[in-house]
Ligand binder design. Sequence first.
Ligand SMILES: [Zn+2]
Ligand SMILES: [Zn+2]
Ligand SMILES: [Zn+2]
Length: 318
Amino acid sequence: MGIKDDVLIVEDSPAIGMLLKSYLEKLGFSQIHICNNGASAISTFNDLIEQKKLPIVFLDYMLPDMDARSILTQILTLQPNARVILETATEKDDEGIKELIRLGVYQYIEKPIRFESLKNIIDTLEKEESFFQKESEQITMLKNAEEKVLEKTHEQIDFILKSTHQISHNKITNILGYSTDAVTSYLQKLLQEGKIIEIGEKKEIACNQCDSVKTSQVFFCPNCKGSNFRSGKLIEHYDCGNITEEQSYQDDICPNCKKEIKALGVDYRIMKNHYICNDCKEFFPEISTEYICLKCENKFKLEDGRWKNSTCYKVVNM
Ligand SMILES: [Zn+2]
Ligand SMILES: [Zn+2]
Ligand SMILES: [Zn+2]
């Protein structure tokens, strides 16, 4: 335990007040205030509350100037969480005591006051306090963890949006790996702030195995399946049938038959936009393509893909 709370004893008998004080000191309390009537008790309690203290109150059931119910009500009005322990010589099933318990007395202690029963009450009170303390610490921890997750989601969405001009809702959730209300409401917030705008629905190719639109298009040589190729211009020399890249005809000399090429369309032609494979040296007007799912690594052809629709956003001010 840390520093013990203040204690306020409201007791008109100096003997009982001093006894209680000595017991409490034994239990480790050092800030003990004694009042012998209701009016001074209320004003002392009020002073302590203003000093941000929450004293434990021992309240005598029988006081000369005010009845216990009136003092209790005033204390609870000042501080609803006040812990008031009623000192009583009367049985607990007395109607007056019962009413005070209903009104919010924390505990009662029988007179004559014995050290053991006081110790029990204080132990219970301290256990309860450390329990509530831990509980509220846990709630704070959970809240912090939740906020961190949200923050992380927002950062990731920001990062995705900053690296693109436009992107579909499906793509965002596929890249994140999850689709939650938090994602939707954050995008809604960005829309309201004018950082992104909606530009209608977008159709995207999706994996035919897992439905993800997080795909990548890969290109490869139709002959050797290699992906090491370049695009360029080819020249076909009609005389000898040689077809090689433009730059292999140095000074207009065919690299195969060593004759000069003379007139475009007469003895040679240029084949534009061809792909030349660096691995097998074959060339093609079209290169093969397929899609790879970046989620499940499934490979599929364009015609086998699924198509999915979702809202597309344009990034305007991120
Ligand atoms: Zn997939
Ligand atoms: Zn090849
Ligand atoms: Zn030739």
